[in-house]
Design a protein around this ligand. Structure first.
Ligand code: SAM
Length: 467
């Protein structure tokens, strides 16, 4: 996102990264594994999760990541400076001095071209959550702090909801909030809805707070998804004129239209010149990827592309179709503009204003992704497939794992989980089938072989297999 906005952040594969309040390092450790020449530091006030993380680091034999127990109010310049700083889930969930120090640390420790990521609960939809939170806390003020207390609070909210007439708008709102809170882990509900500090902020407050620390708002961590009001010309014009040309004011006004509840904001030093017109030269510094596959179109003149979730796009633009076809073949690998150019020759797609607008539209609709670096991915399924060690270790303790692309992949299927643990790069497919048959003696052998073939394709495409 920084490159798209004309900045020159440090290359991901040779950078220093700090995570403030990193918990057990579940975010940092897979990054440290996938990006071996970068250095990662994380700290958290909570000792037990840090110890768990440290033992995972030892298990993996990683020497480019350091986790330690520390208080944001006490750490500082001794950690050195960082190209990227991550503060996820702390700014709006901590008391004022901690919040201020989070941005203070970003200011003190970011390199000149550094980028900070700060997530927070946002207004105005924070009011809705505050209303429910107050009810939950009031109802359970005399209960002991346990998961039973969370159950009591949720049951009370359901009572409030069901006490309202069927088609009542407030009932629909409460119902939607209850659905949002319906998480498998009540501990998460306790943390997200009932923890001691819950301080949603207006975007403008965060932006002003950042300014007081010599930082400026860069952008959100992803481009807004397609239904965003910013993409509707008549709304955009009305908001633009209400904002009187002030970009930050416009973002805040848009948050009212979006009924924004949460933000993941990127900050940079105030001296950086942020380009909001996505300069063409930036695209030469990006890589492009797409997991679309070609599909049956409705119109004979158009080519259709579908994403795994089923989102479909038809296009008769020669450049867009050539681009998606090339990227689809390379997935999960990302390609540079330079390497794409020969395939786009004669299609009319170049990095002029129209071409840039098309690339941005494709990215907004999630048909393409912008990246800056490729991890060591298997581009085809190797003879003896090897899954990342991080993903294999994660498979021992939970039902999902982190890919080399830093995405969570579900491991709901017991067979896939066992297969993943066997993928240490020593077994051929035949050997995998034999070992799987020993694990699942009742399963027909042909079904196991077929299941292995499908799972390997999925793992290679999800970026779990190493190249
Ligand atoms: C919501 S959790 C987020 C953890 C992690 N960033 C994540 O996204 O999973 C908030 C974390 O902030 C940590 N924390 C709270 N106050 C802190 C402080 N003063 N210094 C360091 N960490 C703190 C807590 O221990 C907890 O791990």
């Amino acid at each position: 996102m920084a490159i798209l906005h004309g900045l020159s952040p440090a290359p991901v594969e040779r950078s220093r990264v700090l995570e403030i309040a990193c918990y057990d390092g579940a975010n940092l450790i897979p990054m440290a594994y996938a990006i071996p020449a970068s250095e990662f530091v994380g700290f958290d006030l909570a000792g037990a999760p840090i110890e768990r993380g440290q033992s995972r680091v030892r298990e993996l034999g990683l020497n480019n990541v350091r986790l330690f127990q520390g208080d944001v109010l006490e750490v500082g310049a001794e950690m050195g400076r960082f190209d990227y700083i991550i503060a996820h889930g702390i700014y709006a969930w901590a008391p004022e001095p901690v919040r201020d120090r989070v941005l203070g640390l970003c200011s003190e420790l970011l390199t000149e071209h550094g980028i900070a990521f700060v997530s927070y609960n946002a207004m105005p939809a924070g009011y809705m959550r505050l209303m429910l939170r107050d009810m939950m806390l009031f109802r359970t003020q005399d209960s002991e702090d346990s998961l039973k207390r969370v159950e009591e609070a949720m049951a009370f909210l359901r009572l409030v909801c069901e006490s309202r007439p069927e088609k009542d708008p407030l009932r629909s709102m409460l119902d939607a909030q209850l659905k949002r809170m319906n998480k498998p882990d009540l501990g998460l509900v306790r943390h997200d809805e009932m923890s001691d500090a819950y301080q949603p902020v207006y975007f403008m407050e965060l932006a002003r707070h950042a300014e007081r620390h010599g930082l400026q708002y860069l952008c959100e961590s992803v481009l807004p998804p397609p239904p965003d009001p910013a993409y509707r010309a008549e709304i955009d014009q009305a908001v633009e004129s209400a904002a009187g040309g002030d970009f930050l004011r416009k973002e805040q006004l848009l948050d009212f239209l979006r009924m924004r509840a949460y933000r993941e904001t990127l900050l940079c030093r105030k001296e950086r010149v942020v380009r909001r017109d996505f300069p063409a030269e930036s695209f030469r510094h990006l890589l492009f990827a797409s997991q679309t596959a070609q599909a049956e179109g409705e119109k004979p003149s158009a080519t259709a592309f579908v994403l795994p979730g089923g989102i479909k796009m038809e296009s008769n633009h020669a450049g867009a179709t050539a681009l998606l076809r090339e990227l689809g073949k390379a997935w999960p690998y990302a390609l540079s503009w330079e390497s794409l150019e020969p395939h786009l020759a004669g299609t009319g797609l170049t990095l002029d204003a129209q071409g840039v607008a098309l690339l941005v539209r494709l990215a907004i609709s999630r048909m393409i992704e912008f990246r800056t670096w490729n991890p060591s991915l298997a581009r085809t399924i190797p003879e003896r497939p090897k899954a990342s060690v991080v993903s294999r270790l994660e498979a021992h303790t939970r039902d999902r794992c982190t890919s080399l692309l830093h995405l969570l992949v579900s491991l709901d299927d017991a067979k896939v989980k066992i297969l993943l643990k066997l993928l240490d790069g020593t077994r051929t497919r035949a050997e995998l089938a034999k070992d799987m048959a020993a694990e699942f003696p009742d399963a027909p052998f042909a079904d196991l072989e077929e299941g292995i073939a499908d799972a390997l394709v999925n793992m290679q495409r999800s970026g779990i297999l190493e190249g």
